[in-house]
Design a protein around this ligand. Structure first.
Ligand code: ADP
Ligand code: MG
Length: 262
């Protein structure tokens, strides 16, 4: 499959499907056969009704879950487990309670053998990016839930992974923090050419962030709309509020919202 490694998509799903067996031994058909290719540096947003298999799809790409059908690949190589090139931001904060916020953010770098001063510098840079520059010495329990979530985001970004998988990362944040982080994430993704797979239930957020928006149907989930987003002059030059007033933006939002309902 991988004759030309340089031209492989970053993530490729071939006929992926997922059935779960519940504790009551019922079969839940979570994902219908799904094909998806994510090219280099693309920002893909996924929207769809609750329970349609979005998190399942993310777990398969992350390597936390082996699909019951099909093959998932990272740069041409089958995915058999988590990997340091794929960072995951979960819906809920998951910091180590006994480490400071800074040490949480620096943990991945420490495991990779990055030196102490570089670690501290980079941790601070990413803490500032998420607005937690003054909280490096705090313990996670001293932060609010939203701040803990931002620290989790800083930790994953600080690892500078090739792929960033995010499961409704901004869902629990207030509107102002959320808008700021959206802008910062987009700028970072553009500057560092990261490939991002981003789940959200917010259509506005999907159109604002995505180069492409996938709409999934209710269970068994499948992609019912694969919508490219090419908003003129977007790419971080335009402020969020400006972009949200563009007629093209409103039209895309309508089309995507319509596809979710059907
Ligand atoms: P989403 O993230 O879109 O809300 P999920 O991927 O979490 O959806 O779940 C898809 C479907 O699979 C849901 O109906 C959910 O209840 C079911 N499901 C998820 N994980 C399991 C599991 N471990 N065992 C049984 N059913 C599960
Ligand atoms: Mg989910």
């Amino acid at each position: 499959m991988n004759d030309h490694p340089g031209t492989s998509p970053v993530v490729s799903l071939e006929g992926i499907s997922q059935r779960y067996i519940t504790d009551a031994e019922d079969v839940v058909h979570a994902l219908a056969e799904t094909d998806l290719q994510i090219p280099e540096s693309q920002f893909v947003c996924v929207v769809g009704p609750s329970g349609c298999g979005k998190t399942t799809l993310l777990k398969i790409i992350a390597g936390f879950l082996a699909p019951t059908g099909g093959t998932a690949r990272y740069r041409g190589t089958p995915i058999h487990g988590p990997g340091a090139e794929r960072g995951v931001v979960f819906q809920q904060p998951n910091l180590y309670p006994w480490f400071s916020v800074r040490d949480n953010v620096a943990l991945g770098m420490r495991m990779r053998g990055v030196g102490k001063s570089e670690r501290a510098e980079k941790a601070q840079e990413y803490l500032e990016l998420v607005g937690l520059g003054d909280f490096g010495d705090s313990k996670p329990y001293e932060l609010s839930g939203g701040m803990q979530q931002r620290a989790q985001i800083a930790r994953v970004l600080a690892n500078e992974t090739d792929v960033i998988l995010m499961d409704e990362p901004f869902g629990a944040l207030d509107a102002i923090t959320r808008a700021r982080l959206q802008g910062d994430l987009l700028a970072l993704q553009r500057a560092q050419h990261r490939t991002v797979f981003f789940i959200t239930h917010d259509v506005d957020e999907a159109v604002f962030l995505g180069d492409r928006v996938l709409v999934m149907s209710a269970r068994p989930g499948r992609v019912v709309l694969d919508q490219p987003v090419n908003l003129s002059g977007s790419a971080g030059h335009m402020l969020g509020e400006e972009m949200r007033r563009l007629p093209e933006f409103l039209e895309l939002r309508e089309r995507i919202a319509g596809a979710i309902e059907h």
